[in-house]
Design a protein around this ligand. Structure first.
Ligand code: C2G
Length: 128
């Protein structure tokens, strides 16, 4: 049972998010998404349109996702990887290099981001 772990806000869920989750799942058998809480988003300087419960429920409806748990702070990744026995840590490559220190305890993979879509783009396009 190869376990994959990934992190994110997943606000205004879009096909770029889905493609990331699909490719992450293809790397193993079980995908854990550690979802930013509303409080952590404030720390990240993000204000999500959907609150944590709404974003969690939407992720849980995705066939590639097996478990959704809360992300409270930047520094919880090591304990998560141990707690959830993750074998592979996956992020989009906008994060390339940022989590390389985790490679002491887990395989770190950065997957190409999906161009042409983002939560910010959706918000901007809707304002036009
Ligand atoms: N993503 C992608 N393509 C896009 C948009 C997002 O592949 N067009 C990926 C991101 O690279 C990330 C995931 O989808 O791996 C979730 O993106 P966000 O919700 O924007 O997550 P982020 O704010 O980057 O949070 O501790 C890490 C943070 O929680 C990451």
């Amino acid at each position: 049972m190869k376990r994959i772990i990934t992190y994110g806000t997943y606000d205004l869920l879009h096909w770029g998010h889905i493609r990331l989750l699909k490719r992450a799942k293809e790397l193993g058998d079980y995908l854990i998404v550690v979802l930013s809480t509303d409080e952590f988003n404030a720390i990240k300087g993000k204000k999500s349109y959907h609150n944590y419960q709404e974003r969690k429920m939407m992720l849980e409806a995705i066939r590639y996702v097996d478990l959704v748990v809360p992300e409270y702070r930047w520094e919880q990744k090591k304990e998560d990887i141990i707690k959830y026995q993750a074998d592979v840590f996956v992020m989009g490559d906008d994060w390339a290099g940022r989590f390389d220190e985790l490679s002491e305890i887990v395989e770190v993979r950065y997957l190409p981001r999906t161009e042409g879509i983002s939560t910010t783009k959706i918000k901007n396009d809707l304002e036009k």
